[in-house]
Design a protein around this ligand. Structure first.
Ligand SMILES: Nc1ccn([C@H]2C[C@H](O)[C@@H](COP(=O)(O)O)O2)c(=O)n1
Ligand SMILES: [Zn+2]
Length: 170
């Protein structure tokens, strides 16, 4: 491989770039246990939308519960809008047909339905920590039946640092 042009060699590839954008979106999540981000990309490798898990508009992060256990209506599970659904809903009216979705955690069954119905053709995920749960199994079953590709991303760069110090850019 020639490096005669002097081109940088340790740049991130498209998959890592879009997954890093998803991971950055996850940093906006207020969920104390699991922060998920998603990034939707079109066939031209342009970002169409991003999202992270959080409560719907008008549902205060300080008033609604972040608990995982107890009565359903007293847990976050009754209220949280998942990263993938937020990314789908945040898109400003573009057709998502043939897009890819990069997501930090494998999509649940409800998000899988939305992914399929919008025409997204590929799910690229990092973690599959809930793979054994019935809702992830249902999700996989639906995505398979709908011929949505699924791929766990194996990255070259496990950690990327973003420097927001203005002086570091000089
Ligand atoms: N693919 C996924 C899976 C989960 N989420 C959200 C829903 C919750 O806010 C959190 C999971 O919480 P845990 O049960 O791990 O305490 O992640 C999502 O946005 N997308
Ligand atoms: Zn979901």
């Amino acid at each position: 491989m020639t490096v005669e042009s002097g081109k940088r060699q340790d740049y991130i590839d498209w998959d890592e770039y879009f997954m890093a954008v998803a991971a950055l979106a996850a940093k906006r999540s207020k969920d104390p246990h699991t922060q998920v981000g998603a990034c939707i990309v079109n066939e031209q490798n342009k970002i169409v939308s991003t999202g992270y898990n959080g409560f719907p508009l008008g549902c205060s992060d300080d008033e609604f519960p972040w608990q995982r256990d107890g009565d359903f209506s007293m847990t976050k599970y009754a209220y949280v809008c998942h990263a993938e659904l937020n990314a789908i809903l945040n898109n400003s009216g573009q057709n998502l047909k043939a897009c890819r979705i990069y997501v930090v955690l494998f999509p649940c069954n409800e998000c899988a339905k939305a992914i399929i119905q919008t025409g997204i053709k590929e799910v690229i995920y990092l973690s599959d920590k809930y793979a054994k749960s019935p809702n992830m199994q249902a999700s996989r079953r639906m995505l398979e039946a709908a011929s949505v590709k699924m791929r766990q991303l194996k990255v070259k760069h496990k950690s990327l640092t973003v420097n927001l110090d203005a002086e570091a850019c000089e």
